[in-house]
Write a protein that binds this ligand. Structure first.
Ligand code: PMV
Length: 333
């Protein structure tokens, strides 16, 4: 028998939040303060293989063939340890993850990485979980990963319980519900200088924090309503408001963080100007890259504006989700 009797591979995709997760009520369980809403993206992909064995010395994580130091594996270990406890066994787990896009650069690789790991690690162990349970398991690795389990439009319920059992994402509209075009503009592929987790902590000390909370507490409801009604005007307004609030917060911390690069600002200004006459809007996560959504009529204008900046981009569609590609379980103890 080979070394890895228990192996599974999952394909996961990033998701882009329009009402963003920013601020935690519990750090170790990644429990958010507010609901968030996102869509999954096709094209960008993380392929994750997890293998359990008695013959490896310790749990290990490799991203794009480079081993992640054990000191930086803490979040993935939460997923591995949860599954190990469910099985009641002592086997170790090795995870190999490959992205077809730059990781830690604001393109949500932590979401697809942890969602893929949740599916691969549990399936390789022969543990059958519901989509809701997989969402909660993925959340332990990275908060936003809770939403990457599902394709299409998804809402992550913040929940109220201390154990996090009511904090998971649910889909509310399928991928083809609203055929928007998605442009992911890679202003930089450098890993970001300050992680989302660290920046979220700093933001709670911003003098704008209370105002931020008051504004975003209803953001998920507003965005979900706009998507269900395919109301582009309100969707665009909510998207710009939410993203700009987040970046105003990062820039107003006692230890400020500015994720914008010069071309980020140039592109945002162009999109805001186009918004006056066209169905186009944008959002940004905690990084310099810009995600643009538009209806068909605006596509050629958007492509021209991006081309003028001379930066790489991916044009794609709403989709995503996480699926099992392969699973071999040779037997159960
Ligand atoms: O899941 P994390 O810890 O990488 O945080 C992601 C936070 C944002 O991407 C900025 C917002 C979001 O909701 O995805």
């Amino acid at each position: 028998m080979n070394d890895f009797e228990y192996t599974a591979t999952a394909i996961a995709h990033p998701n882009i939040a329009i009402a963003k997760y920013w601020g935690k009520r519990d750090e170790s369980l990644n429990l958010p303060l507010f609901d968030s809403v996102s869509f999954g993206v096709n094209g960008l992909e993380t392929r994750t293989t997890a293998s359990w064995s008695d013959d490896i010395p310790d749990d290990a994580l490799y991203i794009n063939d480079c081993q992640v130091p054990p000191s930086r594996m803490e979040r993935m270990l939460r997923i591995i340890q949860t599954v190990r406890k469910l099985k009641g066994w002592a086997k170790k787990c090795e995870i190999h993850s490959h992205n077809n896009f730059a990781h830690s650069s604001g393109l949500a690789s932590s979401a697809s990485g942890a969602a893929g790991a949740a599916v691969a690690v549990s399936c390789a162990a022969g543990v059958v979980l519901s989509q809701t349970e997989l969402s909660a398991l993925a959340r332990l690795g990275s908060g936003s990963a809770a939403r990457s389990i599902h394709a299409g439009w998804t809402r992550w319920h913040a929940g109220h319980l201390d154990d996090g059992s009511d904090s998971y994402a649910e889909p509310f509209a399928p991928s083809d519900y609203w055929p928007l075009n998605v442009f992911i503009v890679q202003i930089s592929n450098e890993p970001k200088a300050v992680s989302s987790t660290e920046c979220m902590k700093r933001c709670m000390h911003s003098p704008l924090w209370d105002a931020y909370c008051a504004e975003v507490s209803s953001a998920a409801e507003r965005v979900q309503h706009a998507v269900i009604n395919r109301d582009f005007d309100d969707f665009a307004a909510a998207s710009h408001h939410n993203a700009m609030l987040l970046h105003a917060l990062t820039m107003s911390c006692p230890q400020p963080v500015c994720y914008f690069a010069p071309k980020t600002i140039a592109l945002i200004q162009k999109i805001f100007a186009m918004r006056a006459t066209m169905p186009v809007c944008c959002t940004l996560d905690a990084g310099p890259n810009v995600v643009i959504l538009c209806e068909d009529i605006a596509c050629s204008y958007v492509s021209n504006e991006i081309a003028a900046l001379d930066v790489p981009f991916v044009q794609t569609t709403i989709g995503g989700g996480t699926s099992l590609a392969d699973c071999v379980v040779w037997g159960y103890p």
